[in-house]
Design a protein around this ligand. Structure first.
Ligand SMILES: [Zn+2]
Ligand SMILES: [Zn+2]
Ligand SMILES: [Zn+2]
Ligand SMILES: [Zn+2]
Length: 164
């Protein structure tokens, strides 16, 4: 669901690369206000151009000078982005920053380290077989063991008839 696009440095020294070529300036249209950029400096983010003044966090209005994250084409600073779009880990209920790696199972999202079998605590990784049972993760071995156990504990109910 999340797509984070941290800036890629293009000049090696700053995350925003300030372009000053006249040609380039003439054609540059600001992604934020859709006006042509005639400022001396413009900001380049993921191939799009921005006025320096237009590139500010959509939540706290701070100018974004080193990192920014995009969501629905709006730029956010890192802390707002993490707060606004953080998701909850289904295991520890802690917040997962949108920039973290996660494991997903159906509609649930987990920290990598929280994605473990609730019986044997083994951390499950990509390719492992697991079962999501009532919101709990079980590795396949434990799931099958549990299922076998349940079937011995609850034998088929048969009509016992009347006791005479
Ligand atoms: Zn602008
Ligand atoms: Zn902000
Ligand atoms: Zn967690
Ligand atoms: Zn297990």
């Amino acid at each position: 669901i999340m797509s984070t696009q941290p800036l890629t440095p293009s000049c090696g020294s700053c995350l925003f690369c300030c372009q000053s070529g006249a040609d380039f300036r003439q054609r540059a249209v600001c992604e934020g206000c859709a006006q042509i950029i005639s400022d001396r400096f413009l900001m380049r983010v993921n191939g799009a151009s921005w006025h320096q003044k237009c590139l500010q966090c959509a939540a706290c209005q701070q100018p974004l000078t080193d990192t920014c994250y995009f969501r629905d084409t709006k730029p956010y600073c890192k802390s707002d982005y993490q707060q606004l779009f953080a998701v909850e880990c289904s295991n520890c209920l802690g917040k997962i920053a949108p920039t973290e790696f996660v494991m997903r199972a159906l509609d649930s999202v987990y920290h990598l380290s929280c994605f473990r079998c609730c019986v044997c605590q083994r951390q499950l990784s990509k390719g492992d077989e697991f079962v999501l049972k009532e919101g709990q993760l079980l590795c396949k071995t434990d799931y099958e063991r549990e299922r076998a156990l349940l079937s011995t504990l609850s034998p088929d109910i048969t009509d016992s008839g009347n006791i005479l």
